[in-house]
Design a protein around this ligand. Structure first.
Ligand SMILES: [Fe+2]
Ligand SMILES: [Fe+2]
Length: 259
């Protein structure tokens, strides 16, 4: 079993295809992951399953890999923060989760924006530019900078889960570039397509961070690292001054416009 836990997940799925659907049933989407060098033990750990879920999952995987053996998986004792049921965050992680709330509120306005998109008139084009301003300056420079320049630096950036997050950030930036170019050409189809794709990408990305990445990182970090990170985040808040407040106000204006 130890050997199985220390095996790469892609290798396990390649050799035992039925393991993919078993993981998916527990909300662990390893099959579509393009990186895929995570070890099985890291995946089980990162996804914060309860002790009984973990026992059931490992029993099913062991049965798939060793169908002729009767392997009994013991119930692993976990603390309450490891049981996957309560999503509580450290103060700096809570800051990031609160920022996600504003990004999600902006994303919620995207369908309306697409439905009423009018790039033939300057106010319509300006509205999209304002949305891009929020994405570039709040979601990316302000929020993703905290993740990329501070939080992720406490971990090995070669870890698959971090590679996936960084790739998502880059994909988001390429959608923004595509939208910016298309607005000026009054190409409504391209703007709509990339706005919808950005919304889908960030919705999934935020879910992964809130539910998997941040709880796992909180568990891995020491109290002094958490304190250090909180101080570094506060410095970022001071550097950005009232910028984030203006972006939050823009989301509220957009919501009022569409209510
Ligand atoms: Fe992120
Ligand atoms: Fe984030």
């Amino acid at each position: 079993m130890e050997q199985l836990l220390n095996s790469g997940i892609k290798q396990i799925i390649d050799e035992h295809a039925e393991v993919g659907p078993i993981l998916e049933a527990y909300g662990i989407g390893c099959v579509p992951c393009s990186v895929g060098t995570c070890l099985l033990k890291d995946i089980v750990d990162i996804h914060g399953l309860s002790a009984t879920q973990e026992q059931a999952l490992m029993t099913k995987i062991a049965k798939a890999v060793y169908p002729d053996r009767d392997i009994v998986i013991p119930l692993r004792a976990k603390t309450s923060t490891e049981n996957g049921t309560d999503l509580t965050y450290s103060p700096p992680m809570k800051k990031l989760v609160d920022e996600h709330t504003w990004i999600k509120r902006l994303l919620a306005q995207v369908p309306n924006l697409i439905r009423t998109l009018d790039l033939t008139a300057e106010p319509g084009r300006q509205l999209v530019r304002d949305v891009l301003d929020f994405i570039r300056n709040y979601a990316d420079r302000f929020h993703h900078a905290k993740e990329e320049d501070i939080l992720f630096k406490y971990f090995d950036e070669k870890l698959d889960i971090l590679q996936v997050m960084l790739t998502d950030h880059e994909s988001g930036r390429s959608h923004v570039r595509a939208i910016a170019g298309a607005v000026e050409k009054q190409d409504a189809a391209t703007v709509s397509e990339h706005l919808a794709a950005y919304r889908e990408l960030l919705t999934e990305h935020i879910k992964k961070e809130n539910e998997i990445l941040y709880p796992w990182m909180d568990k891995e970090m020491s109290d002094s690292q958490i304190g250090q990170m909180f101080a570094a985040f506060s410095d970022v808040d001071v550097t950005f001054g009232d910028g984030p407040g203006k972006h939050i106000a823009f989301v509220e204006t957009l919501e009022a416009l569409n209510s």
